[in-house]
Write a protein that binds this ligand. Structure first.
Ligand code: SAM
Ligand code: DTB
Ligand code: SF4
Length: 322
């Protein structure tokens, strides 16, 4: 079985990414089958626990206060409401519950205390917990770990060169610093990016290089397809070719063979066939439930039908399968 590498060059990744599609899929499938049960797909459910009015300028994001996106902003949700959603997610087969807040960073105080409490309560339902709350310092990461947080999501989004075209209010290094704080607290890292921002193939390769060369590699790698939201600067962006997206997923699987690769935002616009190709390319996780944070996701019934048609099974929690 291949060893994990953290010294990938862009040329090496390009050689993987740009090979004939059928060879690429075969290589990805081979590694996928060495490391996972090929027909199991993990399901996570997202909930926006604090929506909109975000001070950052991420040009893809409907939650930035700088753009006019018709979004209803929402204060931090009451814990009971979050718990209800987590219970419903568990009932519908999700093993992980991910709580997202439209914050630039975490501020110490009552709101953070409330999030810590949410993590404890969701954890006690027997689900894996994940938070995505923006930037985080070392102490805050340790507090989340103590509360039982399993994963922290913080994306690099794109290549270091393209990053400044997309976000100006925080740097690539800020993101790497937060990821280091999450790691040092002993929390699993969920880190990926977005494709379809108008970036080049070299930028997608650059993002994959940054992800794979982290040591350890992120346990979970969400690959988002841009959801174009009216009012954001990227609302008119040309859609990324599906095969390029599949190549990105297959390359992620090959260079990060032990990570979970998640089909994240953008599934609603994709056909069953496109998603089947992505599963063949080694994707083994999805966001389930009719809403992502603020935008629509496939209905639960639709996903159930897709799983049935493709013969996919829900991946159990690690302890359940042991
Ligand atoms: N505010 C926190 C942050 O930025 O880290 C947490 C929430 S933020 C919405 C989480 C991630 O969602 C972003 O890093 C980005 O990758 C993804 N995202 C946001 N808007 C998106 C969109 N329109 N299409 C695809 N992915 C999107
Ligand atoms: C991630 O990589 N994708 C999720 C999750 N992490 C937090 C968020 C997708 C958001 C899509 C746009 C929205 O619904 O607001
Ligand atoms: Fe704010 Fe996160 Fe959206 Fe950026 S991606 S505008 S930080 S909610």
């Amino acid at each position: 079985m291949s060893e994990l590498r953290h010294n990938w060059t862009r040329d090496e990744i390009d050689a993987v990414y740009s090979q004939p599609l059928l060879d690429l899929l075969f290589e990805a499938q081979t590694l996928h089958r060495q490391n996972f049960k090929a027909s199991e797909v993990q399901k996570s459910t997202l909930l926006s626990i604090k929506t909109g009015a975000c001070p950052e300028d991420c040009s893809y994001c409907p939650q930035s206060a700088r753009y006019n996106t018709d979004l209803e902003t929402e204060q931090l949700l009451p814990t009971e409401q979050v718990l209800k959603a987590a219970q419903a997610a568990k009932t519908s087969g999700s093993t992980r519950f991910c709580m997202g807040a439209a914050w630039r960073d975490v501020k110490d105080g009552p709101q953070f205390e409330q999030v810590i409490n949410m993590v404890k309560e969701v954890s006690s339902l027997g689900m894996e917990t994940c938070c995505t709350l923006g930037m985080l310092n070392e102490k805050q990461a340790a507090q989340l770990k103590d509360a039982g947080l399993d994963y922290y999501n913080h994306n690099l989004d794109t290549s270091p060169e393209y990053y400044d075209e997309i976000i100006t209010t925080r740097s690539y290094q800020d993101r790497l610093d937060t990821l280091a704080n999450v790691r040092s607290a002993g929390i699993n890292v969920c880190c990926g990016g977005i494709v379809g921002l108008g970036e080049s193939r070299q930028d997608r390769i650059g993002l994959l290089q940054e992800l794979a060369n982290q040591n350890p590699q992120p346990e979970s790698v969400p690959i988002n397809r841009l959801v174009r939201v009216e009012g954001t600067p990227l609302s008119e962006q040309t859609e990324l070719d599906v095969i390029e997206w599949v190549r990105t997923i297959a390359t992620a699987r090959i260079i990060m063979p032990k990570s979970m690769v998640r089909l994240s935002a953008g599934r609603k616009e994709l056909s069953d066939e496109a998603q089947a190709l992505a599963f063949m390319a080694g994707a083994n996780s999805i966001f389930a439930g009719e809403k992502l944070l603020t935008t629509p996701n496939p209905e639960v019934d639709c996903d159930q039908a897709l799983f049935k048609k493709l013969g996919l099974a829900e991946m159990p929690l690690p302890t359940e399968s042991a």
